[in-house]
Ligand binder design. Sequence first.
Ligand code: ADP
Ligand code: MG
Length: 247
Amino acid sequence: MSDDLVIEIENLGIGYSRKQILGGLNLQVQKGECISIAGSNGTGKTTLFKTILGLLPPFQGKISVLGHELSSEKERRWVRRQIGYVPQQTLPGKLPISVHDAVLMGRWGKGFSYGKRPGPKDIQVTIDILKWMGLISKEWNDCRYLSGGEQQKVAIARALVREATILLLDEPTTFLDQKSREELLHLMKRLKLEQGLTLVVITHESWQLPKLTDRAFQMTGGKLRQLTGQDMVSPSSLNWSRQNGII
Ligand SMILES: Nc1ncnc2c1ncn2[C@@H]1O[C@H](COP(=O)(O)OP(=O)(O)O)[C@@H](O)[C@H]1O
Ligand SMILES: [Mg+2]
């Protein structure tokens, strides 16, 4: 395996119980790449993320992350520690929890766990990420009262404190207004360029990310089809991206 190969999927078949959702799926993601996956609801995009995270065992085929094949629980646990996962947006919980604590919780299993309290390193990483993301002024705000964009940033910060090298983002911009959407696109660009992260983004808006996305895919009929430049970039989206400094 090349050292630059971060995710390697070969002839993968996945689904639930006996119902196959995806079959014969192949994908290779290189270090530092940003790829996007579009597709109608229910086509299996989130299911693919669950499999990459080792939460759903494949029916057939092989999947390796950073050269580790997800073939045993030990390997799956190792792989999960290398991945930051930002799930599809859910409503904030009812508990009054501060931004600081919500982000610190991302260190669970990495820096602390049952019987082991968060230490100075956990706190420092949390504060560094909050600063890097421009969230430090909200550190002690109650998460329940943040805007949609801020909540999405907290979800990303929680994934980043794991010091992962791979970030899986499931429809990160769907429920955001235009301004928050632009901020998030800038943030993703910084994650790629400043932090050197490998990003896999499920989005219906790959056309909004022409310079961020190295390759765009469409999930259809249980397979991934790579989109060409023409499918991916419309002239109006290029103008929009230029005006907003994304490219
Ligand atoms: N836990 C589950 N058990 C059984 N079927 C599921 C489960 N989660 C999702 N599915 C089904 O798998 C298919 C793909 O779902 P999903 O991966 O969430 O699609 P997408 O993210 O592309 O909208 C859908 O038909 C969905 O109903
Ligand atoms: Mg989904």
